[in-house]
Design a protein around this ligand. Structure first.
Ligand code: SAM
Length: 216
């Protein structure tokens, strides 16, 4: 996120479209993300996006991949920006966003074909990552895909100085126990929810797209 202006917005406030915050990171990573989604989700599918943030990914993806029906979601105090972005986009396949904290017990979704989250996992502590994976395992149909974009450590090591700096920043900004997660631990935690790693795709700027498939 380039800006935290959304954090100060009252719940459900509709924001003037001209004042919508813009994530520079999203502008940089949106095309590589769309390229992976186009490959992994070639047919019609309902996709739940967790932590939609400014809604820029939802807006770009629904424009570029019109065969996807996009269910964006966010925590309550960021819904104003997300709603405003959707209204601005005028796209039928960008559904009205849902309030969804990945730590909540019941998710307001029955079943989806895929789940996507960008730059969420490193903003969470491990209990929230486990809660997220549990929720994903519940709402994803058998054979459905979960795609988690963002930076990960390998064998306990950062893969770049930038990722090390990001780790320090999110611990300060979000939670002392947030920070980059180990790829290997992520794969093990996902398996407990019957999510098997399908692909670990290298993405620009030392990011990855972890693709999991739900099995029985
Ligand atoms: C780094 S931003 C990424 C936003 C967006 N996905 C993007 O890539 O531009 C992290 C997002 O995670 C959201 N978030 C943090 N904790 C969350 C939780 N417990 N449940 C759902 N979303 C959460 C924040 O509100 C924020 O929008």
């Amino acid at each position: 996120m380039a800006t935290n202006r959304a954090d100060s917005l009252p719940e459900f406030q509709i924001v003037n479209a001209a004042e919508l915050p813009v994530s520079e990171a999203c502008l940089r990573n949106r095309q590589p993300i769309v390229d992976v989604l186009a490959t992994e989700l070639p047919g019609r599918a309902v996709v739940l996006e967790l932590a939609s943030g400014t809604g820029q990914h939802a807006e770009f993806i629904t424009e570029q991949l019109p065969h996807l029906t996009w269910q964006a979601s966010e925590v309550a105090n960021r819904m104003g920006v997300l709603n405003a972005r959707r209204l601005q986009s005028h796209r039928d396949n960008f559904l009205p966003p849902l309030v969804l904290d990945v730590g909540q017990d019941l998710w307001p979704v029955k079943q989806v074909d895929a789940v996507f989250a960008a730059n969420l996992v490193h903003c969470l502590d491990w209990p929230h990552v486990r809660a997220m994976l549990y929720g994903v395992g519940r709402v994803l149909r058998l054979g459905g895909l979960a795609l988690f974009y963002g930076p990960y450590n390998y064998n306990g090591e950062f893969t770049s100085d930038g990722n090390r700096a990001l780790d320090a920043w999110v611990r300060q900004e979000f939670h002392p126990n947030a920070g980059l997660k180990d790829f290997e631990q992520m794969v093990l935690a996902a398996r407990r929810e019957k999510l098997r790693l399908l692909k670990d795709v290298a993405m620009p700027a030392n990011n990855r797209m972890l693709v999991f498939r739900k099995y029985q």
